[in-house]
Design a protein around this ligand. Structure first.
Ligand SMILES: [Zn+2]
Ligand SMILES: [Zn+2]
Ligand SMILES: [Zn+2]
Length: 142
């Protein structure tokens, strides 16, 4: 998705289009599943005058507005990505921490039906696949 689309999306949401916001989206397009720390470092390569706090604010604001998705794998900082609204899941290698997107086989949330809902209207089933990636398996076998 290009800048024009992000600008239009922000205007539709009533958000001011700023270089800082566009830079965060651009960085996350190129580096999906980045931590706030990584986004700060990358954004400041592009726009050295942007403060750390303002990058954190942008991450929070755009997540709240649904333009970014935040998820937190076990033992990890929160990670961000621009791929939203498709209920995709993540597969994480417990050896090296590598993260891959996995299409939801069902395509909408929740994609699992609980055996017992305790009277709750279930909206999301968080699915996280954990395993050992090919590289780690090769390293272990070597
Ligand atoms: Zn691995
Ligand atoms: Zn993802
Ligand atoms: Zn699913």
């Amino acid at each position: 998705m290009g800048h024009m689309d992000y600008s239009a999306q922000m205007r539709d949401l009533g958000l001011r289009v700023t270089r800082g916001r566009l830079a965060v989206l651009e960085v996350l397009d190129g580096h999906p599943h980045s931590s706030a720390e990584k986004v700060v470092a990358e954004v400041r390569c592009l726009l050295p005058q942007v403060s750390i706090q303002s990058v954190y604010n942008v991450l929070n604001d755009l997540t709240a507005q649904g333009m970014l998705r935040r998820f937190t794998p076990p033992h990890s900082a929160a990670l961000y990505e621009t791929r939203v609204n498709d209920n995709h899941h993540h597969a994480i290698c417990t050896g090296c921490g590598r993260i891959e997107d996995v299409e939801c086989a069902v395509g909408h949330a929740p994609c699992l039906v609980p055996s017992e809902n305790h009277g709750m209207e279930i909206q999301i089933a968080d699915v996280l696949y954990q395993g050992i990636c090919e590289d780690c398996r090769k390293r272990a076998a070597a």
